[in-house]
Design a protein around this ligand. Structure first.
Ligand code: NI
Length: 178
């Protein structure tokens, strides 16, 4: 088990566009397993490879209450999206403590490769549909705060940079105490 460091907004690497996975090989399966460990450890419902600074189209999600229904989506494609939209509160492991409303399709049909490299297609609704759309945005270099107003986004950016600075100082002080 390996935990991967998660990039924090406004890290510019979160805006890189991911490339399709050429082959689901041992390297990709290790990435998937590490991403699942990292997502569960951080208590997240989804994680995109972009967030761990790997710019290939890999997503892991688990929106089950029991946290034992992992779904792996490699090279995901949205086949269909409902006209009906939903507006729910979203958060992101790359933007900790921030939650805000983002419009998403209520229902989607998705096609992707699984961890075994086989094609899978499924329909999703509710939290799972929102989660897939949120993670697919990450692969395009888009973070959910980009749906918010410029004013809100600037406030979040300032808050995240302040938090990062405080954490750095905390680490420096801790090191000095050793
Ligand atoms: Ni996210």
């Amino acid at each position: 088990m390996s935990l991967l460091p998660i990039l924090r907004y406004p890290d510019p690497r979160l805006h890189k566009v991911a490339k399709p996975v050429a082959a689901v090989d041992a390297r990709i399966r290790t990435l998937v397993d590490d991403m699942l460990d990292t997502m569960y450890e951080a208590d997240g419902v989804g994680l995109a490879a972009t967030q761990v600074d790997v710019h290939e189209c890999v997503i892991v999600i688990d929106t089950s209450d029991t946290r034992d229904r992992p779904r792996v989506l490699i090279n995901p494609v949205l086949l269909e999206t409902s006209d009906e939209m939903v507006l729910g509160d979203e958060g992101c492991l790359s933007v900790p403590t921030i939650y805000d409303k983002v419009p998403r399709h209520a229902r989607i049909s998705v096609r992707a490769l699984g961890r075994d490299g086989l094609v899978q297609a499924f329909d999703a609704e509710g939290l799972e549909a929102v989660c897939v759309q949120h993670e697919m945005d990450h692969l395009l270099g888009k973070v959910f705060v980009e749906y918010l107003s410029a004013l809100k986004r600037d406030r979040i950016k300032t808050k995240m940079l302040k938090k990062a600075r405080e954490e750095q100082e905390l680490h420096a002080n801790a090191a000095r105490r050793l």
